[in-house]
Write a protein that binds this ligand. Structure first.
Ligand code: PCA
Length: 199
């Protein structure tokens, strides 16, 4: 097991940009703590999002799978603790995996990852759960995939606030934002902290 699989999402809804896509693309091919980063950019569509990720996990056998997504209301980087077995539907919700576990904990220590991000001067906190949309879906499906006994690979999810460019595009009056470069530094620090940790 070597390397990092990093995923981001394309823009969705009214958002013209998705910083998770931009950061995934920027870090693609980079080496962090000796591990090569392989990035994938995913469609924002239930089912299609995991179509390339689960085979890539088998092919690359990464030590860490880290997914990124945009949360327009996030005031800082949110290192998600929990993925729920729940997906939003028009007018309701239903389980992602019928009779699957209600939730999975991230396979990383959210508090220490958030603290490693803050240590490079980028605001971040551990956050309880990843919602009920695609970000929660990819996090749950990856954790479910890795839940076989004996699989020690690490995995988690970080929600990003809008970048400055996206906030400007949105009219600057509704969302918090951070410069893209700062979030990129934070994500790099998050990856390094997981790769350097023992468990
Ligand atoms: N954010 C959405 C889906 C894709 C993304 O970047 C979410 O928070 O679920």
């Amino acid at each position: 097991m070597h390397g990092v699989l990093l995923t981001g999402f394309v823009p969705f809804g009214d958002f013209s940009l998705n910083p998770s896509q931009q950061i995934a693309e920027a870090l693609h091919g980079e080496r962090i703590e000796g591990h090569r980063v392989e990035s994938l950019v995913l469609p924002v569509e239930f089912g299609l999002d995991v179509e390339s990720v689960l085979p890539a996990i088998e092919q690359i056998q990464p030590h860490l799978v880290l997914s990124l997504g945009l949360a327009a209301r996030a005031p800082c980087l949110w290192v998600e603790r929990i993925a729920l077995n729940l997906r939003r539907l028009d007018g309701g919700e239903r389980p992602i995996i019928e009779r699957g576990p209600a939730a999975y904990f991230a396979r990383l220590e959210a508090e220490s990852v958030a603290s490693a991000i803050r240590a490079v001067d980028v605001p971040a906190v551990a956050h309880v759960y990843a919602g009920n949309y695609l970000c929660n879906h990819i996090m749950y499906r990856v954790l479910h995939h890795l839940s076989r006994e004996g699989d020690t690979r690490r995995a988690g999810f970080i929600h990003l606030p809008p970048s400055s460019a996206l906030a400007i595009d949105m009219g600057c009056d509704q969302s918090p934002s951070l410069p893209l470069e700062q979030m990129e530094i934070g994500v790099r620090a998050a990856i390094a902290s997981v790769l350097c940790s023992e468990t």
